[in-house]
Design a protein around this ligand. Structure first.
Ligand SMILES: O=P(O)(O)OC[C@@H](O)CO
Ligand SMILES: [Mg+2]
Length: 240
């Protein structure tokens, strides 16, 4: 799929010096795992899962997403958010270590690393899940200056609050001059809102099932990270 939207970057735009990556659904193909498992939990109650519910849950911390799940599906009288998380956990635990990296991720991370552009991860995933999901991808994640996880004590409010991106920005050894110098990569509407509230620019790579009206907050929308053109953002172009 080609580039879907033109970036809002122009010569007056602040130069990008630092990059923050979301993880689930952006670097790793893990949102698919959440979707499959949640679909199967709902099926066991004779209900079906849809993408408007998925869009509300994506990018949120586990308990917040679980509350949305039981309320919106009307299961709140038979399933508590904590019970839902426990059921989901039993199914996800064996799937996470097999998480795959998404197209374009490796090329992009190696490119930024080569050009010494500091990168970090800001994921709503808890530390324990981060470790499981990245087991097969240690080298790629080692290029990150740091990783901020959803259960980090400094992250008071989950996405769409800006906390996680502001905390991630504050932990670079050489700090960005301003949030405006940071480019965020996200797949979820909640994550895009968080980054925009933090004053950062956002490239969104949404799942094709996501309603396009929920993607309007992003500065640029791509079909995949393979479509990312660093020069759109004043960054060095790929060498091949
Ligand atoms: O912030 P990310 O990495 O997308 O994590 C969200 C995930 O825990 C569920 O949607
Ligand atoms: Mg995500």
């Amino acid at each position: 799929m080609g580039s879907i939207s033109e970036p809002k970057y122009d010569s007056n735009h602040h130069s990008i010096t630092h990059v923050l990556f979301d993880m689930d659904g952006l670097l790793l193909d893990t949102e698919r795992l959440y979707t499959d498992v949640q679909e199967s939990i709902l099926a066991s109650y004779g209900k079906s899962f849809d993408w408007s519910l998925k869009a509300k849950m994506m990018g949120k911390k586990a308990l917040e997403a679980a509350k949305i799940f039981v309320n919106e599906t009307g299961l709140d009288d038979v399933l508590t958010p904590e019970e839902f998380i426990e059921k989901r956990e039993m199914m996800l635990h064996s799937l996470f270590p097999e998480s795959e990296i998404l197209p374009g991720v490796e090329r992009l991370i190696r490119h930024f690393h080569t050009h010494q552009i500091p990168m970090a991860v800001a994921t709503s995933s808890h530390k324990y899940h981060y470790e499981l999901k990245t087991m097969k991808h240690k080298e790629i994640f080692s290029f990150m200056h740091h990783v901020v996880v959803g259960d980090d004590t400094e992250v008071k409010h989950g996405k769409p609050a800006p906390d996680i991106f502001l905390v991630a920005a504050s932990r670079f050894k050489v700090a960005p001059v301003s949030s405006k110098n940071i480019l965020v990569f996200e797949d979820a509407p909640n994550g895009v809102a968080a980054a925009r509230t933090a004053g950062m620019s956002v490239v969104m790579v949404p799942d094709p099932n996501l309603d396009r009206s929920l993607c309007m907050g992003a500065d640029q929308i791509l079909g995949s990270l393979l479509d990312f053109k660093p020069s759109d953002w004043g960054l060095p172009e790929f060498s091949h």
